[in-house]
Ligand binder design. Structure first.
Ligand code: 5RP
Length: 228
């Protein structure tokens, strides 16, 4: 069922795309439904160009005939369409479940608008049930982990950090970094947490997307709802 909802949200977002748009194209299973919907429209004559947020999305989009470029060639985009792991009523997001948060955030920040596509299970009152991904450089991992734990302690958040993939075979992002997933349960001060995390030298980015999403299409049993 959730796949059907993901597809409905993705199809709705594809309707908002018009010829001439420069698009950021997200990563994940919901974003993949969007890539397919976009490809169908391109097949019917829609003329767009896209910047993918991961190698995985780049492969799929180009295999379906979507014209791609890079942010270096095209540093300003009109619209990014991407999934999310959680979204709250203010459109603050947790992203990075698929490990593409850094490129996703760079692309979203370069876009005039960002539409989030999700099934209704991703909607929460307070973010944090989904572990917050924190992308870190491999060098000095333990020192960075300690610095993050200090931040969590200061904000009264649980000291639960897990290296994605485990220490024997840590997951590597497209940028060659590691991800520490923080099991925080309830993030009450998202902006403060975001500011403190990015101030740690070994932290590359985190999955809190604040003031980036401009709209969401959320699909559930009662249809596709727009969140503004
Ligand atoms: C990848 C992401 C995805 O958008 C997020 O994980 C949602 O994925 P899915 O659509 O598969 O549920 O942030 O880094």
């Amino acid at each position: 069922m959730s796949d059907e909802f993901k597809k409905q949200a993705a199809d709705r977002a594809a309707e908002d795309v018009t010829s001439g748009m420069r698009l950021g194209i997200g990563t994940g299973s919901t974003a993949e439904f969007f890539v397919h919907a976009l490809a169908r429209r391109v097949g019917e004559g829609l003329d767009v160009i896209g910047v993918p947020t991961s190698e995985r999305t780049a492969e799929l989009a180009s295999s379906l005939g979507i014209r791609l470029t890079t942010l270096d060639e095209m540093p300003q985009l009109d619209l990014t369409v991407d999934g999310a792991d959680e979204l709250d009523p203010q459109l603050v997001l947790i992203k990075g479940g698929g490990g593409a948060l850094l490129r996703e955030k760079i692309v979203a920040a370069a876009s005039g608008q960002m539409i989030v596509i999700a099934d209704s299970s991703k909607q929460v009152e307070t973010l944090g049930r989904f572990p917050l991904p924190i992308e870190v450089v491999p060098f000095g991992l333990e020192a960075t982990r300690h610095a993050i734990l200090k931040v969590l302690d200061a904000l009264d958040l649980p000291p639960e950090l897990e290296l994605r993939g485990g220490s024997d075979r840590p997951f590597k992002t497209d940028g060659g970094h590691f991800i520490l997933d923080a099991h925080l349960q309830k993030i009450k001060q998202a902006e403060l947490l975001a500011d403190r995390l990015v101030a740690i030298p070994g932290v590359v980015e985190h999955g809190l997307f604040i003031n980036l999403a401009t709209k969401a299409y959320v699909a559930g049993t009662d249809g596709v709802k727009t969140v503004l």
